[in-house]
Design a binder for this molecule. Structure first.
Ligand code: IPE
Ligand code: IPE
Ligand code: MG
Length: 250
């Protein structure tokens, strides 16, 4: 299936205000399953269908980038059984979806510390990233074993190495220098963060990158996330006045 690159509804939005980069904390899979008397993994599987819908939406609305929080640095605290099934789902999704992503000109990137994943999964990730690296459509970032604090620390380590090698002096370390070492620095800034599942927190997702992002929270559980809610989030974003520290216009 080739996703439609043309957006039928684009005229309903004033396109200069559309977000370019949307990030989503996909929460609520477990509760979705529990409400149906099913195992948590069933919720994660249903969540995968919601990922497909969200990617389709992002392509249709011509976002530059969509960043999805799939597994946090802290999610290793979960029972082994759940982690194993999440890893299997991740591998399965990579194997089965990569051709569709590639055919749709989508560039896939995994952000996070992938060293903790199995060798096979790491190989698969590298292969998928390489295959799609020259694509010019949507950039799809999957945050896996990602933590906002980890991201900042890995950036600081890069800077420390540069100082050690004499490439940089400590005085030259400024926002710009650190920014260049943080995940996704080459992409449009994150405009909008959506969190499903009813919690009003960031849970160590992007920290540096969302300094001025707009936040949208919904009680909808991730497997139920659809175009109607995505559109509501985008519409809400478009009504906000982003001031970046400036004085209010009214
Ligand atoms: C989000 O859903 C998916 C992951 C964190 C992997 P949860 O599994 O956290 O679902 P709830 O919050 O327990 O309902
Ligand atoms: C955040 O959800 C992580 C992902 C969606 C991958 P969690 O379910 O892990 O967050 P907390 O524990 O409720 O803060
Ligand atoms: Mg959760």
């Amino acid at each position: 299936m080739i996703l439609s690159q043309r957006n039928q509804d684009l005229s309903t939005f004033s396109s200069n205000l559309l977000p370019r980069h949307v990030a989503i904390i996909m929460d609520g899979n477990g509760r979705w399953a529990r409400r149906r008397g099913k195992l948590r993994i069933v919720g994660h599987q249903a969540g995968f269908n919601a990922v497909r819908r969200a990617v389709h939406f992002a392509v249709n609305y011509r976002f530059d980038a969509l960043t999805l929080y799939a597994f946090s640095s802290e999610n290793w605290k979960r029972p082994d059984k759940e982690i194993d099934s999440l890893m299997q789902l991740f591998s399965h999704a990579l194997n089965n979806e990569i051709d569709v992503l590639h055919k749709n000109n989508i560039k896939l990137r995994i952000i996070g510390d992938i060293n903790r994943f199995s060798g096979e999964l790491q190989k698969n990730i590298h292969r998928s990233e390489k295959l799609t690296s020259n694509n010019s459509g949507l950039t799809l970032n999957i945050a896996a074993n990602y933590g906002g604090r980890w991201d900042i620390i890995q950036g600081v380590k890069q800077l420390a190495t540069q100082v050690q090698q004499g490439i940089l002096t400590p005085n030259q370390i400024d926002e710009d220098a650190l920014c260049k070492c943080i995940c996704m620095h080459e992409l449009a800034p994150v405009d909008l963060v959506i969190r499903t599942g009813g919690e009003h927190r960031i849970s160590n997702f992007l920290l540096w990158q969302i300094a001025y992002a707009e936040l949208f929270f919904t009680d909808v559980l991730w497997p139920d996330f659809n175009d109607v809610i995505f559109k509501r989030a985008v519409n809400t974003f478009m009504k906000r006045e982003r001031r970046f520290g400036n004085s209010a216009s009214i």
